[in-house]
Design a protein. Structure first.
Length: 243
């Protein structure tokens, strides 16, 4: 069972004691901190790293909106659930702008708290996992692009030419989907034009210029018997590069 580590921040001591008694019936909720002062709560949240924070807007030391802003400035903020008697349009907008996951108004039925906390925490964890996966994919793509670029430069393709960028993207895309090489104009060039905001004809000319420059400078003459076409060169790279 994934436990939700919960911090409670509320100036009402009677209410926090009631919450502590209530959550004892739920083994998937672990209360790791109870604070009645916003500034003290922020220090506890920084040190204990709870999964969720249930907080009021009216707090001594540091008000609830300021606490919410500070929490969401942390490197790995927990999910935040506001539970308050203070109702105003400004409060509603502030909790939305500063990233509260949920807003409840007192008085509340305590049994409604458990599903809210669990669902908000699960959603928060899912978003973090997805963000991590996207960041990892982005880092992998950057690494692959750098590897392709360096290999092209080793073949004599001048890195300063725009054709080098198009060739790098072309090799990356063709490695993912070899069918793009069947018809360059309607396949690979079109895909590159979409990702790099240019035209297929410019891509074709720039690639041909970069390949011709490398061949006539001697970078390819010992590897290929003649100056290759764009398709021949891309096929050669894909057959020889390790990706």
């Amino acid at each position: 069972m994934d436990k939700t580590r919960l911090a409670i921040v509320d100036a009402d001591v009677q209410f926090t004691e009631q919450l502590c008694r209530f959550f004892k019936i739920y083994p998937d909720i672990e209360i790791v901190a109870v604070e009645h002062n916003g500034q003290d709560a922020l220090q506890k949240i920084k040190s204990l790293h709870p999964d969720a924070v249930l907080f009021d807007l009216v707090l001594p030391g540091l008000d609830g909106i300021s606490l919410l802003r500070a929490i969401n400035d942390l490197p790995d903020p927990p999910t935040t659930i506001c539970c308050t008697r203070f109702y105003s349009d400004v409060a509603l907008e502030a909790t939305r702008v500063y990233g509260a996951s949920y807003l409840l108004f007192k008085p509340i039925e305590l049994h409604t708290l458990h599903p809210v906390i669990v669902s908000c925490t699960k959603m928060h964890r899912d978003i973090k996992r997805l963000s991590s996966a996207i960041a990892l994919d982005s880092a992998d793509q950057t690494h692959v692009e750098a590897h392709i670029h360096n290999y092209l430069v080793s073949l004599g393709i001048p890195s300063k030419l725009i054709g080098c960028r198009y060739l790098t993207e072309g090799v990356r895309l063709a490695h993912q989907d070899s069918t793009l090489l069947r018809n360059l104009s309607r396949g690979l060039y079109l895909e590159i034009s979409r990702s790099m905001n240019t035209t297929p004809s410019r891509i074709e000319r720039s690639m041909r210029n970069a390949i011709s420059t490398a061949y006539h400078n001697g970078g390819l003459d010992h590897k290929l018997p003649h100056c290759p076409s764009n398709k021949e060169f891309l096929t050669y790279v894909l057959n020889n590069i390790e990706l």
